[in-house]
Design a protein around this ligand. Sequence first.
Ligand SMILES: [Zn+2]
Length: 175
Amino acid sequence: MTAQRMLISAALLMCAALPARAASRPVADSTVQPSVKIMPTPDGVGLVKLSDEEWKKLLKADAYSILRKKGTEFAFSGKYWKNHTKGVYRCAGCGLELYTSDTKFESGTGWPSFWQPIAANHVRVATDNTLGMERDEVQCARCGGHLGHVFNDGPAPTHLRYCMNSAAMQFVPAK
Ligand SMILES: [Zn+2]
């Protein structure tokens, strides 16, 4: 092996050892909104920060009203509550993977319901005191978009029910 080849091999080995490459999920995975700039974060989730004006331009009206204004679509009106295709549900704002079809279940509510997110750090839960009740709001961990709420009446093994809005997500069928 020549000295030059050895140098190249060493450089490749070093690249492979970089922590960023070892992150579980790639950060630049926004197939939903390709123009959204994702700032890398150490946990691999990434961060998206846009102004309200920018979100308004980028999102469809129904997605904007839910993700950015904490709206709720009518039950049985969304495109995913009865979707039974295998695949992954991503945030319609920033493309972060949120749920897989494997944890989706029939809740009878008319909203797409899951018993677990795809990764614990892909969603975050906040307290929502609107409508005169205390509920746990579910937000996208990357863009902060409002996705829905989580309740304690779901099926085993978690007994959680992540009650989502279809318009806040984009479904990507499995290949
Ligand atoms: Zn998002």
